[in-house]
Design a protein around this ligand. Structure first.
Ligand SMILES: [Zn+2]
Length: 287
């Protein structure tokens, strides 16, 4: 197992209400982690509001967390976004005035584009569509924000973490059509937190995605998917909601367990944890 190091394809940290990256990053690194894609939380998770200014505060927290992670010796990609649930929440309270929510969201996306241009953050994420039943107006606003973000991502050659409904074939077909119409490179789009059915449909269309690093899900994915995806904890660092996602060190533990049980080989894990980081983010491992 010498040489095997692990990546977390999508993780959050909350230095205000949770452990923060100083603790998470250290535990992850000590467990064998080397890379993480650190993604902004919705403002309310940090005790902020959904105003434009509070989004900026949220991104300041993220940028500082990314800096701390790098100081711990981790390689990091830093993603700022507008979570579809935050938009959904606002629209659901006043569905007739979605225009204002949209305008603010597009302004936030423009600000993220500026941060990317200045090299302060690396990509957009997460943005996209709710994975749960939402009112149609919320779906529409999120979809407009997603299309706009993908257009900017194409111009900036920046990666995007898309949060989507788990619609199997139809989700993959739709994103494929959108990617073609925007003419964005497919490996700029990372479909986040896919279930196995949607993952298979997406892999057939050449998309890259992240899979939750829980033991039964990994076991299933290793059996049925080519090692052209990444594993994520999607840890939300919320002490009030433990178990909603995995701890970043648990996804490492689960992979080691599958390796010990001979359910996966080292080459497969090497591809997922190292080759994919090089391919998607042009980040080289520390050896
Ligand atoms: Zn997430």
């Amino acid at each position: 197992m010498v040489g095997l190091i692990f990546a977390d394809g999508h993780v959050h940290s909350n230095p205000i209400k949770g452990m923060g990256i100083a603790t998470i990053g250290k535990k992850f690194r000590d467990a064998g982690g080397w890379f993480m894609a650190l993604v902004s939380l919705p403002p309310h998770s940090l005790g902020f509001n959904n105003t434009f200014d509070d989004y900026l505060k949220t991104f300041e927290v993220l940028i500082n967390e990314c800096k701390i992670a790098k100081e711990l010796g981790l390689k990091v990609m830093c993603f700022a976004g507008i979570h579809p649930s935050a938009i959904e929440n606002e629209i659901s309270r006043d569905s007739k005035h979605g225009g204002k929510v949209l305008e603010k969201a597009l302004g936030v996306v423009d600000h993220i584009a500026k941060l990317i241009r200045e090299g302060i953050v690396d990509g957009f994420g997460e943005i996209g569509r709710p994975h749960y039943k939402a009112i149609p107006e919320a779906f529409v606003v999120n979809n407009i924000v997603m299309m706009y973000t993908l257009t900017l991502a194409k111009d900036l050659s920046a990666p995007v973490h898309l949060h989507l409904e788990q619609g199997g074939e139809v989700t993959a077909i739709d994103i494929d059509k959108i990617a073609r119409s925007i003419d964005i490179e497919k490996n700029r789009i990372i479909l986040h937190h896919l279930d196995v059915v949607t993952a298979k449909a997406s892999q057939n269309r050449g998309f890259i995605f992240t899979i939750a690093g829980k033991y039964p899900i990994l076991k299933e994915c290793i059996k049925s998917l080519k090692p052209m995806y990444m594993i994520e904890s999607d840890f939300i660092d919320d002490p009030k909601r433990p178990g909603v996602s995995s701890y970043p060190w648990d996804i490492i533990e689960n992979q080691r367990k599958l390796l010990a049980e001979d359910l996966v080989d080292e080459e497969y894990l090497y591809k997922i944890n190292i080759d994919m980081v090089i391919k998607l983010y042009s980040i080289e491992p520390p050896f």
